[in-house]
Design a protein around this ligand. Structure first.
Ligand SMILES: Nc1ncnc2c1ncn2[C@@H]1O[C@H](COP(=O)(O)OP(=O)(O)OP(=O)(O)O)[C@@H](O)[C@H]1O
Ligand SMILES: [Mg+2]
Ligand SMILES: [Zn+2]
Length: 287
């Protein structure tokens, strides 16, 4: 029998406790604790936060590694990122259902697949749905690989085989690691899956975009608990009744936060609005 660890996790904020609590001491929610179990022997905690070790070095000897960036060609997106995608960085793209996360990341994946191997992991929609969308967006490329898989361990085997330079994970709430017994979307799964993705990205220099759902009340804990693990957090905002979407950086280790870009949702996908300040001055409804 593998050793098991049982903890109770607040599904609102991710606070963990060895015993069940009626009220969360961290965020004050009632009835938010769920028992989560994992098998310890299969998942040594040290395995995932596995930064390359080494001996202490004078800081002046470290500076030689330069930040490699890649432009997507979507000018406003590159600007909010801080000048393009930083190689090996992990970014969370969050937003309410239907806002356009999958659409936009499919556009980005398609653009970059012209230059390098790109893998789009769909744990939510079928490959056929993705292909239909890609056709509508003009994003069909035979260099863009679509993998329909929820099990992140299986995904990692394909990553070893394919060696992509960019991966989209859509979405973090539908991926799971089999050695964690709680359901996909639970705080434990979301946190461990993100740490797992981060580890792969840093080790192999793969840039990763992770889709995270946020409800109207912002009540899913997932994106909140993983904000500190990832390098950058971006959010799509807007109202589905209107076609405009605001893309905002909430956290960015490689650029300034609070940057924003405006996009318009069209049949061919999200199109950048080149001058956001003019856009706001013209006071078009954003919802
Ligand atoms: N033919 C179309 N023409 C214009 N806009 C469309 C068309 N089809 C879909 N859309 C837009 O795309 C949106 C859905 O985008 P997408 O599926 O990328 O969102 P998402 O954030 O990934 O949603 P989910 O949370 O369901 O995964 C719709 O709400 C609509 O605004
Ligand atoms: Mg989607
Ligand atoms: Zn809580």
């Amino acid at each position: 029998m593998p050793k098991r660890e049982t903890t109770f996790v607040c599904q609102k904020c991710g606070y963990t406790s060895p015993k069940w609590l009626g009220k969360c001491p961290e965020c004050g929610s009632w009835g938010s604790f769920i028992e989560e179990v994992r098998e310890l022997s299969k998942n040594p905690r040290s395995a995932w936060i596995d930064h390359k070790g080494g001996k202490p070095l004078p800081i002046t000897e470290i500076g030689s590694l330069k930040e490699e960036r890649e432009k997507t060609g979507i000018g406003e997106f590159d600007r909010v990122l801080g000048g393009g995608i930083v190689k090996g960085s992990v970014s969370l793209i969050s937003g309410e259902p239907g806002i356009g996360k999958s659409t936009f990341l499919l556009q980005v994946a398609s653009l970059l697949s012209e230059r390098e191997k790109v893998l789009y992991v769909t744990a939510e929609e079928s490959p056929e749905q993705i292909a239909i969308r890609a056709r509508r967006l003009g994003a069909l490329k035979d260099t863009l690989l679509i993998l329909s898989e929820n099990n992140l361990e299986k995904v990692s085997k394909y990553i070893d085989e394919i060696n992509p330079k960019l991966i989209v994970y859509d979405s973090i709430q539908t991926l799971f690691l089999p050695y964690i017994e709680s359901a996909a979307g639970s705080v434990s799964q979301v946190r461990e899956c993100t740490a797992f993705i981060t580890n792969i990205s840093k080790r192999r220099g793969i840039s990763s975009f992770i889709v995270g759902h946020v409800t109207k009340e912002g009540s899913i804990a997932g994106p909140k608990v993983l904000e500190h693990i990832v390098d950058a957090v971006f959010q799509f905002e807007g109202d589905r009744g209107y076609n405009f979407r605001v893309f905002r950086s909430l956290k960015n280790r490689f650029g300034s936060t609070g940057e924003l870009a405006v996009f318009e949702m069209t049949e061919r996908g999200l199109k950048e609005v080149p001058n956001p300040s003019e856009f706001f001055l013209s006071e078009r409804p954003l919802g």
